[in-house]
Design a binder for this molecule. Sequence first.
Ligand code: NAD
Ligand code: AOT
Length: 313
Amino acid sequence: MKIIIAGAGAMGSRFGLMLHQAKNDVIFIDGWQEHIDKINRDGLEANFNGEKVVAKIPTYHQEKASEIDFAADLIIVFTKAMQLDHMMDCVKTMIGEQTKVLCLLNGLGHEDIIEKYVSKDHILLGNTMWTAGLEGPGKAKLFGDGYLELQSLDENGEATAEKVIAVLNEAKLNAKYSHHILESIYRKACVNGTMNGLCTLLDSNMADFGETSAANQIVLSIVNEFANVAKHEKVELDSKQVLEQVRSCYNRDTIGLHHPSMYQDLIENHRLTEIDYINGAIVRKGKMYNVPTPYCAFLTQLIHCKEELLDAK
Ligand code: NAD
Ligand code: AOT
């Protein structure tokens, strides 16, 4: 399959590399010049579960996307949420009749942005539990296992989506079709809406946060705000199940000792965060549906304060 990874950061590198290893024709489109130059010069280098892997994947600057001759069957967008609109604008001329656009970003409401550029029958919306990191330009750190779920936004789109799922599974990405993708997206947003902002502000890993005396009450209050908003979008979140998913992040033997990606972005690298697309999205939706969201509002404001204090870009 001819595949464009639009946004070749940590996650884009993982998906691009695994799809390239499975003999698909993969190209990267990205906006970070140093990263692009390094990959084109030396290949994408990855620490892939402890093994050094180098892959030659052609990489182009997003501002030159309209000049690329590549009839993609699939575009996987993997920008940060606040970069998605501009990336879609850059790649819109590469979307042909046959092209599907798959979005696996964390956060809520990305379909509204993608639908500005392409109709529902081209869009696959999903959610992933894979993880990835970047150690520097052209250098990815890819550990562990994961899976992903996706759904076509077109009610007759399941059969075509299955073709994409087959390609993802040949690359061992563990994909499956979901008939309730919004529910999965909300569940993952609850994990990010608690762990990411709280660990970032408290300067803690997930396990240490989970052992604080107020952790349960704070997490429950935030999850309830997500659940109350979700109801207005016909999504019934099972709070108990969601709390279990959040608490599984406290496990020191699995991911508990890690800092969430928001911590890495803001505290370690002074980069802007996705807070407006996670807790901030709940605040906006809460206003629309008349649902109070004080915890999400406070968390969003505090993260923005921290972004300003650190002069995040
Ligand atoms: P990322 O920050 O690694 O990459 C996103 C974009 O930012 C890419 O275009 C990349 O080139 C650019 N970028 C990265 N570091 C940069 C730097 N130092 N200077 C300039 N540009 C830089 O993002 P990601 O972690 O791949 O996440 C993509 C999406 O997937 C997000 O919505 C994220 O929440 C979600 N997600 C991430 C993970 C994870 O483990 N990383 C897991 C699940 C979902
Ligand atoms: C995560 N972490 O999504 C991934 O740090 O942004 C993040 C993130 C998979 C399972 C649990 C947490």
